[in-house]
Design a protein around this ligand. Structure first.
Ligand code: ACO
Length: 325
């Protein structure tokens, strides 16, 4: 069950107007094409592990557990502090706990992939309390001379606590992650990628994207994966209390809502506040929705995301835990 959620945005906020001081763009263009108004950027000394640590502490506190209860940390990121070791081990060190810790990389779909890995490891292993983090410093991959990509991304982190409840004498089959669907298709590798990498040229590279193609795939694959996840959990779209989509672009969010025929009032959108924060986007939107009472304990929610690879996926979740636990 998902019993805690936390997020973090760097203090350094950059509006579209601020951005237009150093990128050849305008508030009007960015707002109309993406719905984004602000993004946050890490400061020079702020790293992905720092944002993760803040989000993790909030999620642990929100779940009402001790940090020492956490036995597994899975961190989805494309922008690790160092090429190795994993940033998750640094978060473990900062938390000063014992936990199996590792990173996974599925770019903007990273959080949905991490949930899938966590669910498998918890059901097959002895792990009881898993900290799943999505965190990215996308500003480190932006080429400010490329206005087609640099206006869309921001930095941030979000985290959730997944708990396994055993030996309670009760079955809670309809709580937690009810289904999780993930896909990848490397034939679309070149649609969204960095133009460098460790084994290519020993650099991290800048983001390059074929925007129109990515847009079409996003609408198609976000819709189809959510439909698959609904079938896998034996739920109908009308049963969802809320949909928490990947926060990349308001036009994609609305096109998918239209395709799925879900009431827009049920669709969480925070993209205007922080742009596309890659793996952090879903937990950031989730915490925002919970804090503003748009998502309540026991609600049935859908999540879905897509990113470079292409990689994409969706989950159906009954959020929180029964009152008697
Ligand atoms: N500011 C001002 N003008 C710009 C900017 C900018 N930042 N960027 C491009 N333009 C100009 C172009 O030069 C072009 O001018 P021209 O007509 O004189 O040649 C014009 O705006 C239109 O450019 P297009 O590329 O056709 O713009 P489009 O309507 O396709 O919108 C966008 C671009 C916003 C990137 C869109 O394709 C998109 O949303 N794609 C999805 C990408 C996305 O969200 N990716 C995130 C990562 S993947 C994911 O998370 C889903």
């Amino acid at each position: 069950m998902i019993t805690g959620v936390g997020s973090y945005l760097p203090i350094n906020k950059c509006s579209n107007k601020n951005l237009s001081n150093f990128v050849d763009t305008s508030d009007e263009w960015i707002s109309k094409r993406s719905g984004i108004k602000n993004r946050h950027f890490v400061t020079d000394n702020e790293k992905t592990s720092d944002m993760s640590f803040f989000a993790a502490n909030k999620a642990i506190e929100n779940a009402g557990i001790s940090k020492n209860d956490v036995d597994l940390i899975i961190l989805a990121t494309t922008t690790p502090d160092n090429t190795f070791p994993s940033t998750a081990t640094l978060v473990q060190k900062k938390l000063n706990i014992n936990a199996v810790s590792f990173d996974i990389q599925a770019v903007c779909a990273g959080f949905v992939f991490a949930l899938s890995v966590a669910k498998s490891m918890m059901s097959e292993g002895n792990f009881k309390n898993c900290l799943v983090i999505g965190a990215d410093s996308m500003s480190k991959l932006l080429d400010w001379k490329d206005r087609t990509t640099s206006v869309l991304f921001g930095d941030g982190a979000g985290a959730v606590i997944l708990q396994k409840f055993e030996n309670t004498g009760c079955k809670y089959d309809d709580w937690g992650i009810l289904s999780n669907i993930i896909h990848s298709d490397g034939q679309f590798y070149d649609l969204l990628k960095t133009n460098g990498g460790v084994s290519t040229n020993q650099k991290v590279g800048f983001i390059e994207m074929e925007g129109k193609e990515v847009f079409k795939h996003a609408v198609d694959k976000l819709s189809s994966s959510l439909e698959e996840a609904l079938i896998a959990s034996n739920k109908k779209i009308d049963e969802l209390d809320c949909l928490v989509p990947h926060q990349a672009n308001q036009r994609i969010i609305l096109a998918v809502a239209d395709k799925l025929k879900i009431d827009v009032s049920k669709v969480i959108s925070t993209v205007k506040n922080h742009g596309n924060t890659s793996a952090a986007s879903i937990p950031l939107a989730l915490e925002n929705a919970i804090n503003s009472n748009k998502i309540l304990n026991g609600n049935l929610i859908g999540l879905h995301a897509i990113g470079g690879g292409l990689s994409w996926g969706a989950s159906i979740i009954r959020i929180g835990k029964p009152k008697n636990l």
